[in-house]
Every structure is written in C-alpha cells, then in structure tokens.
Write a new protein. Structure first.
Length: 477
C-alpha cells in the first residue's frame, strides 16, 4: 500500500469514527429528552455537521439563539447574536439532512450604556415550511456554527390544539421556572412561549451583559419553540432599545415588537404595550397603537374570521385588575390608564375596546404572583352563571401570571377573600394554556415551589362559536 493511500485511509477512518461518535452522542443526548432520531439521520449527515465547525475566537460563535413566528404559518424567524461582526448570516436546515440554506442579515446594535457596547444581531426568515413538520437546523456562517437544534413548523388551519406556556417577570437571577421550561420545551410539552414582559431584570443592566446572560439562559427553551414577547416596564431603558433589537416579532404592528398579532390554531393572539400609558410623553403613540388595535380587532371580528378563530387572546405587561396588597395604584385604581386611558387621552383606554370586540382572555404580569379573576367589566363581575362563571362569560377573563421568578420579592395578598378573585398564589410558576378546540380552553397554573404541581385548574367555555355577547359602553369615535 502506498504512503499516500495509507494516509488517505487514515484520515477517512478518523472522519468515520468522529461521525459515529457524534451520532451516538447526539442519540443519547436527545433520548434524554424523549426525542426520536429517524434512521435516515446517518453518521454521514452528522459528519456534515461536524465538518462545519470552525475553531475561531468565541466572539464569532452564534449564541442567544431563539425562534419566533413569522408573518404567516409557513415562516419561522431565527435570531441570534455574535459579539464580533461575521459578515455571514446563514441558517442550514432540513428534515433529514441540512440540505437547505437561507441567508439573512447582520445588524449592529449599540447599547445605550456607558461603554456603548457593540452587539451583532443576526436574523434569518425561513419560508415555505411544511406545516407541522419537524426540522433540524444550525446557524452561523463561515466564522463559526451553532450546535444542532430542532423545531416544528406551525400546523396549518384552525383545527388543532395549541399548547402555550404563558408567564411574565422572569429574570436570570432567581428565575425559578427556567429549568422546568427548558425541560418541557425540549420534551415538546408546549408549542410556544408567551412572555408578558419584564425580562432579565434588566436587558440593559451592566451595559447589556445581563441581557446577554438572560438570552443564553432561555436559549434551551427558545431555540426549540417560538418565544413570543411583550414589553414591560423593565425593558424601558433607552426607549426599549434592547428589547426592540434582540427580538423579531411579526411585522404587522409597529415593526419594533411593541405591538403585533398572529394566528395560531383557533386563536387570534394580540400583543401590545401597556407601557405606553406610563412612559411615553408623546401621546400620539397611544393614538397610533390604539388605532392599530381597533383595526386588528375589526378584522378578527369579521364573521368569516371569527367563525374559524373564535378565540381572541390579548397579552401585555400591566394588568387592568388585580388584588395584590402592595400595588394600590394599579390593582385598586378605577382610573388605571390601561383600562380607561390617561388623563389626556380619555377614551383611549382598552377595556371598552376589548369589551366591544369580544376579547376572551387578557393575560398580564407585573405582579409577582398568579391570580385568576372572574370575568370583569367596569369593576363589575360578569359571570356566565353563578355556578359556572367561565361558561359563556359576559366579559373578558383576566389572568395575572407574573411569578416565573426574579431577584425582586414575590407580591403578597393580604385580602383572604375578594369578590373579584377566585384563586391567587405567590408560588413561583407559570401558566399553561391548552386550546382544546373552538369552544373550550383549559388553563392550569404550574407551581415550581411544589415540584410542578398543578395548583389551579379551570376551563373557559363558549357554547356558541364566534364572538361573545358582551354588554358594554359604545366606543367613542
């Protein structure tokens, strides 16, 4: 055997052994999370992944990888960060091999802190995905690639049952719910996350290093399922610049993640900023968001749309109602600006808007606790019936879920009984929403203080498909 042939065989053997090793390692790793690797994911496929690894400074390495839904169900947006510019923004993906490539854009983000740190944001939009199909992917470019991840494209139409994890107020210090959310995301126990504001505490802290660390902590969640966000008061610094730059929400709202909407199964989801009622001096922004919300709800309530997506769910950070004893200005304020508008923007509050257009459930955070309230409108209970308040409710159901965990204390309840409140807890945890079908939604509160125990469990039921019959004040022009 010639020396050159012997050398060629030795190199080939090394690649074969490395491919087999990677195949076995990945199989064991993913089996821990109950994920099945199809037989056609061969060592050769995994060897292709191995051959992409480039040993360069870690500042080129993709990190903080997260998914979000695009502008239609066949899209998925993949966003990540590098600490140095790479001039290459690529996602390779496929069903059985990484045989499809899509390129995106790298943009420079300059944090507003004293160091004016430079962070490089990468965005790639995948299109023409097969509904419900599971895809493998990695991201990066010529200067380095991420590990291998997977996601499932959104299923098509409305005849399926989305499972959504809903929570707010989660930081990377005392983020008690993070481990369970990481586990459940990789086991496929929910289809997407709805994070209703207050991330990291704060994204801008320490010249945005706290934001970097938080995004690394949620990567084991957000690299596998879409991570949909709403802005909270802790995102406000530098005009919400970290929040606007780090995430990639649907572009049908303001285009900066402050408000947007999307459809998932039989649900129309609306995310908006409650913070514009508290921080912005320019009240024209409130007008702009309010007008967009009204147009979006008008379209969602067209008979042909409400017939196929009868559920409308709204998300924002600050609640309209709550009974926590340490937040009187929000919880017991009949002039709560999210409800009724600011003193200079009378008629631009959202309770009348939500009532007139039949918003079924409003999720909020801000209070570091969980609370299920009765259907409410104008500080009055509007139950479906005395014994079944959530069957055909006559007003929006309000849920506060801000207990996923952060370095601030949980918010207490001194009122043992309150006529608005059915159940409350200051346990760390998160809410699971199971959209069973066009008439039934199942909600559960998971306690991380109690090892994942379900501490609250109820159904919202609409016996008639379509818009609910709420009685409320007419909207002002």
């Amino acid at each position: 055997m010639s020396p050159s042939l012997s050398t060629h065989l030795s190199v080939k053997s090394v690649h074969i052994y490395l491919s087999i090793y990677l195949s076995i390692y990945l199989s064991i790793y993913l089996s821990i999370y109950h994920f099945y690797i199809p037989l056609h994911l061969t060592p050769a496929f995994l060897g292709t992944c191995y051959s992409k690894f480039v040993w360069l400074p870690h500042q080129y390495h993709p990190e903080q990888i997260h998914l979000s839904y695009g502008d239609n169900p066949t899209q998925m947006v993949i966003t990540w960060v590098t600490l140095w510019p790479t001039n290459s923004t690529v996602v390779e993906y496929g069903i059985s091999r990484l045989d499809t490539e899509t390129q995106g854009k790298e943009t420079l983000f300059i944090d507003g802190g004293s160091e004016k740190r430079h962070i490089y944001m990468h965005r790639v939009k995948l299109t023409s995905l097969i509904p419900g199909q599971k895809y493998f992917y990695h991201c990066g470019g010529e200067k380095g690639w991420s590990a291998l991840y997977f996601f499932a494209a959104m299923k098509s139409g409305q005849s399926w049952s989305p499972r959504l994890a809903v929570y707010g107020d989660m930081g990377n210090i005392k983020g008690r719910s993070i481990p369970r959310l990481q586990e459940w995301a990789q086991k496929g126990k929910f289809d997407a996350v709805l994070h209703v504001g207050d991330l990291a505490y704060n994204l801008d802290t320490d010249n945005a290093r706290m934001g970097d660390e938080f995004m690394r902590q949620i990567e084991p969640i957000a690299a596998y399922v879409p991570y949909m966000v709403s802005p909270g008061n802790h995102e406000e610094k530098y005009n919400f610049s970290n929040y606007k730059s780090r995430f990639s929400m649907p572009q049908n709202g303001d285009g900066e993640n402050m408000y947007y909407s999307f459809d998932i199964g039989p649900v129309h989801v609306i995310s908006f900023s409650s913070e514009v009622y508290y921080f912005y001096i320019d009240y024209r922004y409130i007008d702009k968001m309010y007008d967009w919300l009204k147009r979006d709800l008008e379209v969602a309530n067209q008979p042909e749309n409400r017939a196929v997506r009868p559920w409308i769910i709204a998300l924002a950070h600050k609640p309209m109602y709550c009974t926590n004893s340490d937040d009187q200005p929000i919880c017991f304020n009949k002039y709560n600006p999210v409800r009724v508008g600011s003193s200079l923007q009378v008629g631009r509050g959202l309770e009348d808007l939500f009532c007139n257009y039949g918003v079924d459930i409003y999720f909020a955070g801000h209070e570091h606790s969980y609370e299920r309230l009765l259907p409410l409108y104008d500080f009055m209970v509007r139950n479906g019936s005395f014994h079944h308040p959530y069957t055909n409710p006559k007003a929006t159901v309000h849920i506060v879920t801000g207990s996923a965990g952060n370095q601030e204390a949980q918010d207490p309840f001194k009122h043992v009984d309150h006529p608005f409140s059915v159940y409350h807890s200051d346990d760390y945890g998160f809410t699971m929403m199971y959209v069973h079908n066009v008439t039934h939604i199942h909600l559960q509160q998971v306690s991380d203080d109690k090892g994942g125990k379900i501490i609250d469990d109820f159904w919202v039921i609409k016996e008639k498909v379509g818009a609910p019959n709420f009685k409320c004040k007419k909207l002002r022009n």
